[in-house]
Structures are given as structure tokens and as C-alpha cells.
Write a protein that binds this ligand. Sequence first.
Ligand code: G4P
Length: 288
Amino acid sequence: MIQWYPGHMEKARRQMIERLKAVDMVIELRDARFPEASRNPMLLELAQNKPRLIVLAKSDMADPDVTEQWIRRLRKNENTACIAVDLMRDSKCGRKIIRECLEVMKPKREKQLARGIRPRAVRAMAAGIPNVGKSTMINRIAGKNTVKAADKPGVTRSLTWIHADKELDLLDTPGVLWPKFDDEVTGTLLAAYGSINDDILERNMLAMDVIRMIQNTYPGLLEDMFDAHGENPNGVLKKIAAKRHLLKEEGKPDTRRAADAFLFDLRKGKIGRLTLERPDEENEDLSE
Ligand code: G4P
């Protein structure tokens, strides 16, 4: 099991607890390609009973059918809305997110109106693990380059209020990871997709673990793509090396460079629209 809990994460956690008092709801970003591994278990604990909008980002790179399954599944949680978005190409997604936030807060706002109180702008905290697309989302909602995108994983930003819209104030939070990963699969997915620094894990092993996962979830895909029928993960890496002419001096396949190339393509969605986690009764947070 990997333990990875730098001091700045603890600081961020404490800051979040303090600031949560001032927010009405939480916008929880997850990666549509691995909605379970990209969630932060701590967030649910911290957010207590606050209404929540789960935004599945990078849906353009995820398997559309599985994304639909995830949305249906996550909406079953109490007080929870869920949408999937392509933050890069969907220019209207900022507006969609604002609309969803207002919908989530509708019961409370209606109560206020009934009591003669004019509801103020909704205050939402945006939270998610590093690299999930949070800066991109905030820029989409606020309609300008509010946050510098593409911070390196794990780099802390301070908590800042952003007047995103007349109906929505956003509290940005640093990407916060959790104290430890629940299991190996979570660690593998986070490293494979660049949510944690992948030099923590050995590249070849990482690539082979992901290849095994893809072989199980999308049988035949890699085999067809790399002419690798009947190959085990190491064999697939060799085929990738051969196909890309990544050879060592003595002419043998350079699996190390093949692993790098494979992981790069995976992150950019070039292996296809894959979702390596499926929703099921056990692995979601209904039980929490
Ligand atoms: P963060 O604040 O949560 O850390 O994430 P950020 O917005 O910086 O986004 C991380 C990377 O993901 C960026 O790519 C961004 O363009 C990309 N991204 C965010 N949302 C989407 C989406 O819905 N679809 C796609 N296809 N990409 C998205 P980058 O600058 O190239 O960084 P990197 O990919 O090299 O890490």
C-alpha cells in the first residue's frame, strides 16, 4: 500500500474544514475515466450533509456508455446531482454547471423565498484531486482566465473566492489527495493518468498493470491496436516497442520507452475512450 500524505495536504485539509462553514454546497470534480479512484473520500466526510454536485470531467476521453451508468449511479446518492462534461470543447459547460448548482440549491432557496428572504448568490466550494480539470472548470464558469491551468500535481494553491457569476460564488481549493490509497487499483489509475507523480511507481510495472486492466475491461482492444493477440502485458509492451521502432542498441524492444509512450497516449485519450472502473453496488459511496 502506498502512503503519500505530504504536509501541504494536511494544511489544505485544515483550511478546507474552516472554509466549508461558509459554503452552501460542494462541487466535487472527478475524472470520468475513473470516477471512483478520482474521488476524495475525505471530501465526503468534510462536506458533511452539504448538497453536492459531482462533475465528471474529461468525459470526451471516457467511454460514453459507462459514463451514463456512472451518472445514474451517482445520482442515487442523497442530496447529489451529477453531470459529465467536456471542459475543453463544450463552451456552454460553465452555464450548465451553474444551472445544476442552482437546481441543487433550489429547495433551500425556495424556503428562503417563502420566508420573504431574497436568496443571495450560491456559495460553492470546488474541490478535486490534482489535474482533474478544476482550473479549467473555474475558468469556464467564470468566463475568463481566472485560474492558471495546468499546475503540477500536488502543488498547492491557496483558497480563494471567485465571483463566478451573479448567481454563483466559487471557493477554489487546492487539489487535495487523501492520506492513503484504498487499494492498488486506485494507486495504479492515479499514477497512470498523471494525478500523482508517476515516478513514485516504476514505469514498466505501471504500464503493465494498466495494460492488464484494459485487457480485462476492453478485451481485444490493445491486441488489435498493437497486433498483440495472445500476448501478456509484457508481450504487449514489446509489440508497442516494435510498432513504434523503439529498439535498444542491440535491436531488442525497448519496453521502458514503450511504457512511456503508452502512458503518454493513454493520458491523451489516444488509446480510445476508456473507462477503467465500472459502477457497482460495493465500490460507491452510497454506504457512507
Ligand atoms: P487542475 O486545476 O484540476 O489541476 O486541472 P487543470 O484544469 O489544470 O487541467 C489539467 C489538464 O486537463 C489540462 O491539460 C487541461 O487542459 C485538461 N482538461 C481539463 N478538463 C478537460 C476535459 O474535460 N477534457 C480534456 N480532454 N482535457 C481536459 P494540460 O494543460 O495539457 O495538462 P496535462 O494534460 O499536460 O496535464
